[in-house]
Design a protein around this ligand. Structure first.
Ligand code: FES
Length: 107
């Protein structure tokens, strides 16, 4: 299991145990985390799974995948250096303790 913490725009936090290999998006949706809509189900066609990787973890989550940058341009909230599509963030033991922030809006 891998621990992940979601932080809402109002500062509210939820920490979950997640399965290795699951995406951050799947973990959020399966646990009813507010703020991740994931309308396309992870097909990288909606940008409603936008999140901000915490600065402390930004160097560990790897680069954006092919096509992710273009889809992020469609995100409703402001883009930051740490913006990612959470459906493209796969959890592994190296990401145990990962912290992600939810944007103000998704659509
Ligand atoms: Fe649609 Fe991630 S779930 S782009």
């Amino acid at each position: 299991m891998v621990q992940i913490t979601f932080i809402q725009p109002d500062g509210g936090q939820t920490t979950l145990d997640a399965a290795e290999g699951a995406s951050v998006m799947e973990t959020a949706v399966n646990n009813g985390i507010d703020g991740i809509f994931a309308e396309c189900g992870g097909a990288m066609m909606c940008a409603t799974c936008h999140c901000y990787v915490d600065e402390a973890w930004a160097g560990k989550t790897g680069a954006r995948v092919d096509g992710e940058e273009d889809m992020l341009e469609c995100a409703a909230a402001e883009l930051r250096e740490t913006s990612r599509l959470s459906c493209q963030l796969k959890l592994s033991s190296e990401l145990d303790g990962l912290v992600v922030h939810l944007p103000e809006e998704q659509a």
